[in-house]
Design a binder for this molecule. Structure first.
Ligand code: HEM
Ligand code: HEM
Ligand code: FE2
Length: 478
């Protein structure tokens, strides 16, 4: 009987391709955590791996792995939901698989080069073959161009499928948004000698991704997942989706100004950045309220018992609603006014926000999508939380919250000592970095990072077993 259990119950090849992307995403998340831990240890013990593995490389791989695993999980989620939204197999799914292997080979080569060529002169050749030197988007230019080719293939698949199949509101928003998301990558591909101009364009990618196009993307997959998991009505989720699209683009685009305060751009950005970025939490609050509203309404309409087709995914999507609101909305608002930002800019305060926002707004829901994929892979109607699901959920989220608070305390130390007391001098920087409160915060960040790693091990254990076990139970019942 056990032998008759298939682990591949996909109805569509597109869903299988989605899972291929998810697997690499999960591996890269693990790599991200390991690199973060190495960098966190080096903060406290600078001799750790001295002249073997540089802090700058650990940090770089940490945040590039972050961006890359999230893009993998995003592409995977699109391939997963395409057949369900359009009603047909993805057009060009064979090309999609080929591009997956090309991308994965390229990512492997890029990471190996980072690790083996840690230091050296920055030249035209190093931009082409080693590292472009732009935080978060360090891929060398050859890989940049390769990424553009792969993404064009992906966009072709999505567009061709959506045009031929049924066109839902979710798909219409997805199509327009993916084009914007991919197009913005181009702003980070050319190099100028003027650092202000360079930073000006670089922020287009990072800010207009995480505060506009990625947020809209998350709203589309949340809409889809809520329909699948709790049977939310399409009309309701799509209405909210359109409202959010309008609001997110409205505040997110000019909110970009909060990165133009101190990089040498004209001073009018102070007012523009202050006003529009302060409005950015508004759509996040609306989204938060809407999820809770949908949830209450759906459970109400079914006599207090909502059908939960996939409780692990639902838990992570709920964490996303809270996390997006807290990490991006609240933690972002803390330091977004230039009057505050002049003290907090580039301290651990920023890092506190960066961690909670990426985690709350993106990591959570993408992990939820892993579970959506697993459910389809095994063809189970109902997937319930296991002990490992709960341990992973608790340890990862508690670890991240703890880390965020620790970083906030270190950041306060820097603001008070380095900025307020010592007038942002070079000496002030070092004095504040050696202050007790700063160091204790760094210590707790490391402890909480270790908690997250244990949570990650539970997550891997869970995603490797939960689908098969759920299937066995369903077969036993039938
Ligand atoms: C999910 C959405 C968001 C993510 C993932 C995110 C992430 C980040 C990250 C990683 C940084 C550091 C960038 C660097 O390396 O210099 C940053 C900076 C910043 N973020 Fe966000 N953010 C989000 C939303 C927001 C929102 C909604 C606001 C405002 C309400 C905001 C305000 C800021 C400000 C002011 C800075 C600059 C900090 C500084 O001057 O050092 N962010 N964000
Ligand atoms: C084991 C857990 C983790 C540890 C120990 C860790 C540690 C670190 C360290 C040491 C840095 C460099 C900070 C600096 O240069 O001052 C960093 C940066 C960063 N990490 Fe993590 N990290 C962890 C997990 C994560 C996760 C899960 C995310 C996102 C989902 C994340 C996102 C970031 C971002 C966006 C930055 C750049 C922040 C900035 O420039 O302000 N990290 N992390
Ligand atoms: Fe921003």
């Amino acid at each position: 009987m056990v032998n008759s259990i298939k682990t591949n119950e996909f109805k569509y090849e597109s869903e299988k391709l989605g899972m291929m992307y998810f697997r690499v995403a999960a591996v890269l998340l693990g790599a991200q955590l390991l690199m973060g831990l190495i960098a966190a240890i080096q903060f406290l013990y600078p001799n750790f791996l001295f002249e073997i593995f540089d802090f700058s490389v650990a940090r770089m791989v940490h945040i590039n792995a972050l961006v890359v695993w999230m893009l993998y999980a995003m592409i995977g989620s699109v391939y997963l939901l395409l057949p369900s939204e359009t009603g047909i197999e993805t057009i060009g799914v064979g090309i999609g698989k080929l591009l997956f292997w090309i991308l994965t080979a390229a990512v492997t080569v890029v990471v190996l080069v980072y690790i083996f060529v840690q230091i050296g002169a920055g030249t035209e050749a190093s931009i082409w073959f080693i590292n472009e030197g732009r935080e978060y988007l360090e891929a060398p230019r050859w890989a940049d161009i390769g990424i553009v080719v792969v993404v064009l293939g992906f966009l072709f698949n999505v567009y061709a499928t959506a045009i031929k199949g049924e066109r839902t509101g979710v798909m219409t928003v997805m199509m327009a948004n993916l084009l914007a998301l991919a197009g913005l990558y181009l702003a980070g591909m050319f190099f100028t000698d003027n650092i202000t101009v360079d930073q000006y364009w670089w922020w287009w990618v990072i800010h207009l991704w995480v505060e506009a196009t990625w947020e809209v993307y998350v709203a589309t997959i949340a809409a889809w997942a809520l329909m699948q998991i709790i049977g939310a009505r399409r009309q309701i989720v799509e209405m909210w989706l359109w409202i959010e699209v309008a609001m997110l683009f409205g505040s997110g685009i000019l909110g970009l100004g909060h990165h133009y305060f101190w990089i040498g751009t004209p001073e009018y950005w102070w007012e523009i950045g202050a006003l529009f970025s302060a409005l950015e939490p508004v759509p996040l609050v609306a989204m938060f309220v809407h999820v809770l509203y949908d949830w209450g309404k759906e459970s109400g309409s079914q006599g207090g018992k909502a059908t939960l087709a996939n409780s692990p995914a639902f838990a992570w999507i709920t964490a996303n609603a809270f996390g997006n609101f807290l990490g991006a909305g609240v933690w972002g608002f803390f330091h977004t006014l230039p009057q505050v930002n002049i003290y907090t800019h580039g301290t651990q305060f920023t890092s506190s926000h960066g961690h909670l926002a990426f985690w709350g707004a993106y990591a959570t829901i993408l992990i939820g999508m892993f579970y959506m994929g697993i459910q389809r892979a095994h063809g189970v109607k109902k997937m319930q939380m296991t002990f490992s699901t709960k341990m992973a959920f608790a340890l990862l989220n508690i670890g991240m919250l703890g880390m965020t608070v620790a970083l906030l305390i270190s950041g306060y130390g820097q603001v008070l000592i380095e900025r307020a007391q010592m007038g942002a001098t070079w000496e002030g920087f070092f004095v504040s970095q050696n202050a007790t409160w700063f160091l204790q915060g760094m210590g707790w960040r490391l402890v909480m990072g270790a908690v997250m790693l244990v949570g990650f091990i539970y997550l891997v254990l869970d995603i490797l077993t939960i689908g098969k076990n759920a299937k066995l139970k369903e077969v036993a019942k039938a």
